[in-house]
Design a protein around this ligand. Structure first.
Ligand SMILES: NC(=O)c1ccc[n+]([C@@H]2O[C@H](COP(=O)([O-])OP(=O)(O)OC[C@H]3O[C@@H](n4cnc5c(N)ncnc54)[C@H](O)[C@@H]3O)[C@@H](O)[C@H]2O)c1
Length: 347
């Protein structure tokens, strides 16, 4: 029997509840699919930071390297640990060390879920560059606190980094409906985004079967609201992708449904699967976090591991659950109720 080694990092707040829910569903799907998920849980979190002074041990990255995939809940507890510490101490080092340069997020309405738009028949895959660009962390501040203070933040766009993410976008479009929207702002950003456009154009020649269109980010944001059904795959830089995927989460009914995967496309290191949402401290004591985003992220993990049938079984079970009106209205159903419904739908 095929066995996959999965590192589980539930993290903080609702991350713990939704990871447990996803794990229950995934292990059941594995059982039905004739393979096994062997999980090992790591307590790395803000609580771990308060106990040890670090978000993960010094050899954390090397420990994770031996796994086939990482399933993460959410990390952050701003009342006790600054977000800059929790993010830079765990999530970002993992994404960077394992070259998870493609952050992919599906945006579509599950059956029974009401989105804020009139449009319903959209199915978008947003791909966000995950390792460089506007979030490279290059910059500094001088004369801090003085009238003449200056802050400089430099975006870093490398030919290698841009080329590989846009190529990944073309590949995804080829495997779906053959349409790629490349997100730019080259009218205003005349270096980085002109490079982005040039590379998009050069790669287009290698993918004659993919219809590629370059959109300015502001125009694309409007299109996601006005005509989301006209979009298939979107490829964007780190900052643009960050903003557009929050918009994507909103049009699909909210953070309870927004799944994501941090992919290392050449499979030289494990990829990481996590819901888009955070630890939700405001509701974490209530047991009402929607586990669907985490379960959907788990289905993406199964797909990545090559267990497409089991991934489809999980997605079908989610769809049956929401079609029955369970988990569709924020706060109405308990995490446990939704999880049990998905488990029953798998059976
Ligand atoms: N990838 C991550 O680990 C990640 C992502 C985003 C935020 N964070 C961290 O989480 C903490 C809280 O951040 P925030 O409040 O800005 O964002 P959040 O995503 O935790 O919460 C935003 C709002 O959405 C609601 N919400 C979130 N997930 C939900 C779910 N599954 N079901 C129902 N409602 C849900 C929350 O109750 C809240 O009202 C911060 O420390 C932040 O840094 C972590």
């Amino acid at each position: 029997m095929k066995v996959y080694k999965i590192a589980q990092i539930p993290g903080d707040g609702v991350g713990r509840d939704v990871t447990a829910a996803a794990w229950a569903v995934l292990t059941k799907a594995a059982e039905a699919g004739g393979f096994r998920l062997e999980g090992r849980e790591f307590p790395w979190s803000c609580k771990f930071y308060k106990e040890t002074g670090a978000m993960m041990p010094a050899d954390g990255i090397e420990t994770l390297r031996g796994f086939d995939a990482i399933l993460l809940g959410a990390v952050g507890w701003p009342a006790e640990v600054p977000d800059s510490v929790s993010l830079h101490g765990l999530l970002l080092p993992i994404r960077k060390a394992f070259v998870q340069y493609a952050n992919i997020r599906p945006h579509r309405l599950l059956p029974g879920v009401q989105g804020p738009l009139k449009a319903e028949g959209f199915d978008i895959l947003c791909i966000r560059e995950n390792t460089e660009g506007e979030y490279s962390g290059a910059g500094g501040r001088v004369h801090q606190g003085m009238d003449n203070e200056v802050a400089v933040e430099t975006s870093i766009f490398t030919r290698k980094g841009v080329e590989r993410i846009i190529r990944f976008g073309f590949e995804q479009a080829r495997a779906r409906r053959g349409k790629l929207a490349s997100v730019t702002k080259s009218n205003a950003q005349k270096y980085s985004m002109v490079l982005w456009d040039e590379i998009t154009k050069a790669l287009a020649a290698e993918y004659p079967d993919v219809e590629v269109t370059s959109y300015h980010v502001d125009a694309l944001a409007a299109r996601m609201v006005m005509a989301p059904e006209s979009l298939d795959v979107i490829v964007a830089s780190n900052l643009f992708g960050d903003i557009l995927t929050d918009l994507g989460a909103a049009i699909q009914g909210g953070l309870g449904f927004a799944a994501s995967a941090n992919i290392n496309p050449d499979r030289s290191a494990p990829s990481m699967f996590e819901p888009v949402h955070g630890s939700a401290p405001d509701i974490s004591h209530l047991g009402i976090a929607n586990p669907i985003a985490a379960i959907w992220s788990g289905a993406m993990m199964l797909e990545h591991l090559g267990e497409a049938e089991a991934a489809t079984a999980v997605m079908t079970a989610i769809a049956r659950t929401t079609a029955a009106g369970i988990g569709t209205v924020p706060g109405e159903d308990k995490t446990d109720t939704i999880t049990k419904a998905v488990l029953a739908a798998i059976a």
